[in-house]
Design a protein around this ligand. Structure first.
Ligand code: CO
Length: 546
């Protein structure tokens, strides 16, 4: 269905454009070229739709024995998609359009399409095929080695593979190019995930954040210790007294996603060990959640997070499907949407109050005899916002999470810049964990081997998680000014107006603006860590009285 729809869009554009009255012959040919580019982009999107569904199937329902044949399917189709992408410039189509763009002959939405397509094309073109194959082969092998190294707590198994990957990523930076005088090779890698953002900008923002977070965390720790000796401000403990079956939790979580505004007729939810979301088309957006029968809140956080990603994908303009106008801006902006729903909204006192009522109604019995007096806004708010410095990034609270990211960013940046060596990573990791979080890392499994990213070659990806938190706080500050009733609405379980604001200000634009342009447009200033710091200060003043 969606495939048919997008083809019609392209044809429609072609007919209208070529008939436009009074056009000069060169503008007619420009319009024909633009129509041809859109047609080629949509052809690629059909293949990418198939790849998206294969990927979804692989992560959710695929029988384990199908792994090898599926890997072959995916690799063949991905190769084909890459080839079609390079063929965008067949007959110099893309080059001609880029020249017209430079001469300002292309404007508005068409300019957005040509600009982004040219940018991605140029990057792809610069990478020799033999390099792409070697990187893909090395990272696919390295992921298995990493899994084994992590299970056995043996960094030395993974180290030679990590060295190979670092060397390859440094080559990638050289192929792609970067400002050798003032820039960093890491710039070329970030550009894949956060286009247009530089290492220097990220360093500045994350350093500011670190300067705030380290003393802030210390203050919370001291206050917690003092309170343990005197009285506990954390309120009554919420204790789950019996297991809640996954099927029932699934129903409950699906209901939450629906209440937030996730359209179940344009999306699906499933279960998987590693929650993820995938936007195949704005009318076909899927995500997964993971469950623990003895920890009801475990799934809710991941549902809210992935639903946030999914709401963004459902909000992209379907009429431009296949083009950059219907794509997300960057991973950081994507993450701002997931974090806003998961944390800003999902970990607010108002949401806690609403959620506590829903849980009491459906599962009160599973929270002990006096659940009605325990399940309330304040207790749930304290329960889900506890600050506990720990080893694992994905388990981290809102205060410590970004320090985990700062550590990864500092290490991977220096690896790519060549100022540290792979063999020193475990030690550097341990000393940073001690300095920033006060945590003594006992094993590499709980340390530098915990995340899959480096084995996949995803250098430059980690900072987008923190950028997401910062964008979210800054966007929220603007949202709340325009919709001062937002918290009252959350308390009532009403999210329509909040979603409408996100749709209008962020989702509907696709890639019309860069991340930094969008932040300026929506908030009136450049991205900074101030709003996030203020948000944390307010929240933890409330919880710990600091
Ligand atoms: Co995410």
């Amino acid at each position: 269905m969606p495939i048919k729809k997008t083809s019609t869009v392209a044809k429609g554009l072609g007919v209208n454009n070529s008939k436009s009255a009074g056009a000069t012959s060169s503008s007619v040919s420009l319009k024909i070229q633009l129509t041809e580019l859109k047609k080629r982009l949509i052809d690629i999107s059909h293949l990418n739709t198939a790849l998206g569904i294969l990927y979804w199937d692989q992560e959710t329902y695929m029988p384990t024995k199908a792994a090898d044949s599926r890997a072959e399917n995916v690799s063949y189709l991905a190769g084909l998609s890459h080839k079609m992408f390079i063929d965008l410039n067949k007959d110099k189509l893309l080059s001609k359009l880029k020249a017209a763009l430079d001469e300002k002959l292309i404007k508005g939405k068409d300019a957005v399409i040509v600009y982004h397509t040219w940018r991605s094309y140029e990057r792809e073109k610069k990478l020799p095929e033999v390099f792409v194959k070697e990187l893909s082969y090395t990272t696919s092998k390295a992921q298995h080695v990493w899994a084994e190294a992590r299970a056995k707590n043996k960094f030395e198994l993974f180290a030679p593979w990590l060295s190979k990957i670092v060397t390859l990523k440094r080559s990638e930076a050289r192929y792609v190019g970067f400002d050798k005088k003032n820039g960093s090779p890491y710039d070329a890698l970030i550009d894949t995930y956060e286009p247009g953002t530089t290492t220097a900008e990220i360093s500045k923002i994350l350093n500011d954040l670190k300067d705030f977070l380290i003393p802030f965390l210390k203050k919370i720790k001291d206050e917690k210790e003092a309170q343990e000796k005197t009285k506990n401000r954390e309120g009554k403990q919420i204790i789950q007294t019996e297991d809640i079956p996954i099927a029932k939790q699934f129903e409950f979580n699906t209901q939450i996603a629906k209440t937030l505004g996730f359209d179940l007729e344009a999306g699906k939810i499933a279960e998987s060990t590693h929650p993820f979301s995938t936007g195949i088309h704005p009318n076909d957006v899927r995500f997964t959640t993971r469950y623990k029968t003895d920890n009801f809140f475990y799934a809710i956080g991941s549902t809210m997070h992935e639903a946030g990603h999914a709401l963004y994908e459902q909000g992209l303009p379907a009429e431009h499907f296949g083009t950059p106008l219907a794509e997300a801006i960057s991973l950081g902006i994507h993450e701002s949407q997931s974090r806003m729903w998961e944390n800003t909204i999902g970990k607010s006192k108002e949401f806690s109050g609403w959620l506590a009522k829903q849980i009491q109604k459906e599962f009160g019995d599973s929270f002990g005899e006096n659940s009605a007096s325990v399940l309330n806004a304040q207790n749930l708010y304290s329960h889900i916002n506890k600050v506990n410095p720990s080893f694992i990034r994905t388990d981290a609270d809102e205060v410590t999470y970004n320090l985990h990211i700062v550590i990864r960013f500092e290490i991977e940046k220096e690896l790519i810049e060549g100022s540290i060596e792979v063999k020193d990573v475990p030690q550097i990791w341990k000393s940073k964990m001690k300095d920033y979080l006060g945590v003594d890392v006992t094993t590499n499994t709980l340390g530098c081997l915990q995340d899959v990213h480096w084995s996949c070659g995803l250098f430059g990806y980690f900072p987008t998680y923190s950028l997401g938190n910062l964008y979210a706080a800054q966007f929220w500050n603007s949202l709340i000014k325009e919709n001062p009733q937002a918290y009252k609405q959350i308390a009532k379980g009403e999210f329509k107006e909040i979603l409408a604001w996100l749709r209008k200000n962020i989702h509907a634009h696709g890639r019309t603006y860069s991340a930094s342009q969008l932040v300026k447009k929506v908030t009136g200033e450049e991205l900074n860590s101030r709003y996030f710091a203020e948000y944390l200060e307010k929240k933890y003043k409330d919880i710990y009285g600091i």
